[in-house]
Structure formats: structure tokens, C-alpha cells
Design a protein around this ligand. Structure first.
Ligand code: NAP
Length: 333
């Protein structure tokens, strides 16, 4: 722990990088809290239009990453994938090496654990800065309602200082109490395995219920009574009602889902373990992506199962639908 980080003479000056589905809502909730404390937030997004939407709330929009680093002593990042995180942090680390003030970096994206370790090492080597890996659970609707679940890792005293800010965006915080930032990324991938594994089970069971004419609505009633977990309720309904493929209802895309499922399979491989359910889900998601459905919500993986069972895809009539390839893929399993 470096003394300077906790003994800031200046006020906290918060910067936010990445205003996607998650980042926009998280930054908006944090902004509301900061405004109540007469503090401000500076944002930067690769596509400037998204930052401009925040300007109307009195948010300062940085012209560049250089500008944001110069203005901030706490920087949150919410970025799509490892490549984006690597690209942005390579610039942030260069810039952090040139400033006099200390900076706490809070990285919230879902990335492979070794990348978190690498970034933490590079930032620690600069002596006066700190790096926390704090992935989040919850869909964009939960981010909007400030009901995310945060996971923390990194220097414990820095986390304590930052907790107040985390609570403005979340309903609960899971403290892993470890300086090993890779642990939080591993935790996030294993947590997401439970989500995608649940979706795989739901997609298979709901498809069978339609094939056997038991009726999906009856199964939904059963799920509501027997498995009333929020993710089971939400995903089963999306799969039956077809909102999984609606362009208005993309919480987590097939594209991002493939990134996470790829990471969890790699983690299993690297750890001498196996995740056969993730292997199945990966095939079903990949089949959708190959058919141009990478932008749909990842719960649309049910269409790979439906296609294999010669059922029409759920969802809007005009949505891009999976066809024979998914059938072949699923039947090969
Ligand atoms: N959506 C969910 O349900 C959910 C839940 C929990 C965690 N997560 C994780 O949270 C992170 C963000 O997810 P999201 O749903 O907000 O994704 P998103 O809507 O796709 O937003 C991604 C953000 O990353 C930026 N970005 C992508 N490539 C970049 C690059 N090369 N350089 C700079 N910026 C780049 C995008 O900028 P542009 O606007 O310019 O494209 C955008 O701000 C991901 O790691 C995801 O796995 C998502």
C-alpha cells in the first residue's frame, strides 16, 4: 500500500471510461451521488455521442484519455472485452507514469484473470498508483436500478476507501479479501458459469416441454413455484416470450457471452478441471453468432435447441433466425 493514495490532500476527482450498456448506468448512478456531495465526474467514451448524452447532466466530458487522466485521481473502467481493456490500459499506464498525482484504477469489466494480474503488476510498478479488479454481476437493468453485485479484490485499505462509491451502484458487495486481483476475475467467470449453465438447462427443458406438448406456460408455472430464483424467472420468460431475440431487450449479447464462456472454458482448462455444460453452451452460442445473431440477447441460445428439434425460432418475425447449421451442430453433440 502506498501512503499517498489514502492521504489525498485534494478532493476525490472521479473519472469514468466506457459508457456502454453497463458503464452508462453505473456512471449515471455514481454521478447522482457525487452531485449530492458537490463532487463531479469526468467521462470518456471511444464513441463521443455516448459521452454527449451525459453532458446534459452537468458531467464533464474529457476530450481525450490524456485529459481524463490529468483530471482524475480515481478512474473506473467498464469495457467490452480483454482487447479493449488492454488497449485502453496501455495508454492509461503510459499516462499514469507521467502525472504527479496518485490514481486508483477500478477495473469492472469481465476479463481473463491473467490480464488483471498483468495490469496490477504494471500499475504497482509505477509506485504511487493502485489497481482494483472489481467485476460486477447483474444485467443492464440492474445497473440502472443500482442493484448490481460488486466483487472486490486488491489492496484492502484502498477498497475500504472506495466502498462508499461502490454502494451507490450496487445492492451488495462481495469482498474476496485478497490482494490477488486474478481471484475476482476467476470468481466472476465461475459466477457467470452458473448463469449460462442455468440458461442451457432452461433452453433444453423448455424445448422438450414444447415437443412433448406439455406446454411451456405450464413449465413456467413450475419454475415460478419450484425455482423462483431471479435469473431462472427472467431467462425462462425471455425464452418463452421471445424477447430473447428482440433488439429492444439485449441485456447481454451473444457476442459478449461467447467471450465469457470462452474465458470460463479456458479457466477450467488452465486449472485442470472441466466444464462440459459450458462446452455445450459455447456451441449453441457460436452457432447463433455464425448465423449473424451475435447481437441478440444470449438467452436466444434456445433457438439452437429449437432448431435441432425442428421447432421454429422464438421471437419477432423479422428477427434474424438460426437455421440448419445450429441443427447440425446440436445434433453432433
Ligand atoms: N451487459 C451485461 O449484462 C453485463 C453484466 C455484467 C458484466 N458485464 C461486463 O461489463 C463490461 C461492459 O459490458 P457492456 O454490456 O456495457 O458492453 P457494451 O455495451 O458493449 O459496452 C462496451 C464499452 O466498451 C467500449 N469499447 C469497446 N472496445 C473499445 C476499445 N477498443 N477502446 C475503447 N473503448 C472500447 C465501448 O465503446 P463504444 O461505445 O465506442 O463502442 C463501450 O463503452 C464487459 O466486460 C461485460 O462482460 C456486462
Amino acid at each position: 500500500m502506498k501512503r499517498g493514495i489514502l492521504n489525498l490532500k485534494q478532493q476525490d476527482r472521479i473519472g469514468w471510461i466506457g459508457l456502454g450498456e453497463m458503464g452508462f448506468s453505473m456512471a449515471s448512478n455514481l454521478r447522482r451521488y457525487l452531485a449530492s456531495m458537490h463532487l463531479s465526474i469526468t467521462v470518456w467514451n471511444r464513441t463521443p455521442e455516448k459521452s454527449a448524452k451525459m453532458r446534459q447532466h452537468g458531467v464533464r466530458v474529457a476530450d481525450s484519455l490524456e485529459d481524463l487522466v490529468a483530471q482524475s485521481n480515481i478512474i473506473f473502467t467498464s469495457l467490452a472485452n480483454d482487447a479493449a481493456v488492454e488497449e485502453v490500459y496501455s495508454r492509461l499506464i503510459d499516462l499514469a507514469a507521467q502525472v504527479d498525482h496518485s490514481i486508483i484504477f477500478v477495473e469492472t469489466s469481465t476479463i481473463y484473470p491473467t490480464l488483471a494480474t498483468e495490469l496490477s503488476k504494471q500499475i504497482s510498478a509505477l509506485q504511487k498508483h493502485a489497481y482494483l479488479q472489481c467485476p460486477v454481476f447483474g444485467r443492464p437493468s440492474a445497473a440502472k436500478a443500482a442493484k448490481l453485485i460488486w466483487v472486490t479484490s486488491g489492496d484492502e485499505k484502498v477498497i475500504q476507501k472506495m466502498c462508499l462509491y461502490f454502494t451507490t451502484m450496487s445492492k451488495s458487495i462481495i469482498h474476496l479479501r485478497t490482494a490477488d486481483v486474478a481471484k475476482a476475475s476467476k470468481f466472476k467467470l465461475i459466477g457467470n458459469f452458473f448463469v449460462v449453465g442455468s440458461m442451457e438447462v432452461l433452453a433444453e427443458g423448455l424445448t422438450l416441454s414444447e415437443k412433448t406438448e406439455v406446454g411451456q406456460e405450464n413449465m413456467l408455472n413450475f419454475i415460478e413455484t419450484f425455482f423462483p430464483a431471479p435469473s431462472w424467472l427472467e431467462y425462462s420468460r425471455k425464452m418463452v416470450e421471445g424477447s430473447a431475440v428482440s433488439s429492444k431487450d439485449v441485456g447481454f449479447s451473444v457476442e459478449l457471452g461467447l467471450k465469457d464462456v470462452g474465458h470460463m472454458r479456458q479457466l477450467a482448462w488452465d486449472s485442470d478441471a472441466s466444464l462440459p455444460t459450458a462446452d455445450l453452451a459455447h456451441r449453441h452460442l457460436k452457432a447463433l453468432k455464425d448465423q449473424g445473431c451475435g447481437g441478440q440477447d444470449w438467452s436466444s441460445l434456445i433457438n439452437s435447441l429449437r432448431s435441432a428439434s425442428k421447432l421454429p425460432p422464438v421471437g419477432e418475425a423479422n428477427a434474424a433466425h438460426p437455421t440448419g447449421d445450429a441443427e447440425t451442430t446440436a445434433r453432433e453433440e
